[in-house]
Design a protein around this ligand. Structure first.
Ligand code: NAD
Length: 319
């Protein structure tokens, strides 16, 4: 672990995501101050953190004792107390634009000027709740986690056009130090990458139920036992790159027209144009030269074997 004992995170909102972020930062050695205006949430948070840390201990996913990590989290009664001295403030309040707007105005006043002000927002972009007239607008950013972030490491870093390059670079470094896997989103779009991909799957899943094509259970089964095992080791681009001899360009040539028709049926006519395919193909070939394709397919299969072994053994227990 990096020597991060001097880092401080202020967390605003002690719901599902705020509590989980407290674990992420404390696990990485940071001092954490966690605030929620709801006294019940403040009272519940320590037990929730202790329970989760106990589970992480049981699965050997933390290096220190649960008590050592929990001791770094202080529950505080004011926003100012959470924010003071923070290197990074993680806002985890409900997804309401006016609320986030008010919180960022307050946070800008009560944090050290170099602190990063990050929102866990799932859909709202910074420009929707921070005005360029806010004195500290250049340090405001979205840091959207998976849930829970102590198990799902990706965090989407989404700067506004007015966020400084230095703040973006620093945010990426800080989340990396905290043990997460930051991915920079190049443009502010609702839902960023994570929820846009999830949204595409959910939109189709709802349509298939509506049209009587499949039951809810069967759709979950096709994802869980079909697409998801591969997607847990490689992404959708690498999946089709490895599924078709000749790689992703060959896949696009053979299957592109069928995908185009499926999209058009749903009113989304976004053909994979030759230029777009060439761009994706170039990225894939840079990551995997075609002469290494067979070896990578064998690697994927070994990864799936490990997963299959794990799933077989974990089926024997209830949890
Ligand atoms: N739940 C998820 O799967 C998930 C994943 C990624 C991001 N997010 C985002 O994270 C944020 C928090 O989501 P959540 O699921 O933890 O919600 P939640 O409802 O579990 O928690 C929100 C917490 O914010 C507190 N709160 C209310 N007003 C506040 C204020 N003025 N100042 C500070 N705290 C306040 C509430 O008391 C509550 O404890 C949202 O923006 C959400 O979209 C959620």
């Amino acid at each position: 672990m990096a020597d991060t004992a001097w880092r401080r995170a202020g967390i605003v909102g002690a719901g599902s995501i705020g509590v989980a972020f407290a674990i992420v930062f404390a696990r990485a050695g940071w001092r954490v101050r966690l605030f929620d205006p709801d006294a019940q949430r403040r009272a519940a948070a320590p037990d929730e953190i202790a329970l989760r840390l106990a589970d992480l201990t049981r699965f050997a996913l933390i290096d220190e004792s649960a008590a050592q990590i929990a001791a770094r989290v202080e529950i505080v009664e004011t926003l100012e107390a959470a924010a003071q001295d923070a290197d990074l403030v993680q806002e985890c309040a409900p997804e309401r634009v006016e609320l986030k707007r008010e919180l960022f105005v307050q946070l800008d006043k009560c944090t050290p000027p170099q602190a990063i002000l990050a929102s866990a927002s799932s859909f709202l972009a910074v420009t929707e709740f921070v005005d360029a007239s806010l004195p500290g607008h250049a340090r405001c950013i979205v840091a959207h986690p998976g849930n829970p972030p102590y198990l799902v490491p990706v965090v989407e870093i989404v700067p506004a056009p007015f966020t400084s390059a230095a703040a973006t670079t620093r945010a990426i470094a800080l989340y990396g130090e905290a043990g997460l896997m930051p991915v920079r989103v190049k443009k502010e779009v609702a839902g960023f990458i994570f929820n846009r991909l999830q949204g595409a799957v959910l939109r189709e899943a709802y349509c298939l139920v509506r049209d009587g094509v499949a039951s809810v259970d069967d759709i979950d089964t096709v994802m869980r036992e079909g697409l998801a095992p591969r997607w847990s080791v490689i992404g959708p681009f690498e999946t089709v790159d490895l599924n078709t001899r000749g790689g992703i360009a060959s896949h696009a040539q053979k299957m592109g027209p069928s995908y185009e028709r499926m999209g058009a049926e749903r009113g989304q006519h976004d053909p994979w144009t030759p230029d777009l395919v060439a761009q994706v193909e170039a990225a894939r070939r840079a990551a995997l030269p075609i002469e290494h394709w067979d070896a990578r397919v064998a690697w994927r299969d070994r990864q799936l074997m490990q997963l299959a072994r794990h799933r077989k053994s974990s089926l024997k227990t209830d949890d």
